[in-house]
Write a protein that binds this ligand. Sequence first.
Ligand code: ZN
Length: 235
Amino acid sequence: MTKMLFLDDSYLKECNATVVSVKDSKYVVLDQTVFYPKGGGQPWDTGKLMKDAQEFEVVYVGKFSGEVSHEVDRPGLKEGDRVRCVLDWDHRYKLMRSHTAAHVFASLLCVGTGALVTGNQLESDHVRFDFNFENFGRGVLEEYVAKANALFSKDIPVKWYQLPKEEALKIPGIIKMAEALPPDVPMLRIVEIVGVDKQADGGTHVRNLKEVGQIELTKTESKGKNNKRVYFRLA
Ligand SMILES: [Zn+2]
């Protein structure tokens, strides 16, 4: 199992690691990593692995049976090598701001209107949400974007911690999308935006809503009577 350092500290930009295995000369598993693997609606981190002066560009990161696999752009790494993991921090930090923004927006909208989230995906330049909701005008959405933006100017902490699964499941609304959860885990990681939202989540977030900045609605689409798609981005 790769130790995923971002689960405790989302602000870690670099770490040292040891190469555990290399498959097809480009899929590198490390003993620990700061790289977030694709999953839970959040894209993978980019950056590089450095072995002394040699740089290996990380082009994809995935998680397979608990192992985080870093796909690098060229061969040269082997088992036992000591490397330094260096994130493309601008890319990751934007995703952290977007991810926290997404939780706030969805929570306000769902609590306020009774809409249900049916899908969501963060991208480097926008956030996409699918909602199950019939009466969904652009005006309503603008209203919730404004409400979210009002919160982003406040000093509201964001915390993440582990809870035993049984205890966590007693919290109302803790699971927004049940199918996104890993099966048979004894502990759930909870992301709590104090007073706003609390949910089981494996993603990386900012520590305070002030770090988000502001968001703006970019596009809305109707994908059917009850299925609406909304796009927003960091302003
Ligand atoms: Zn999330």
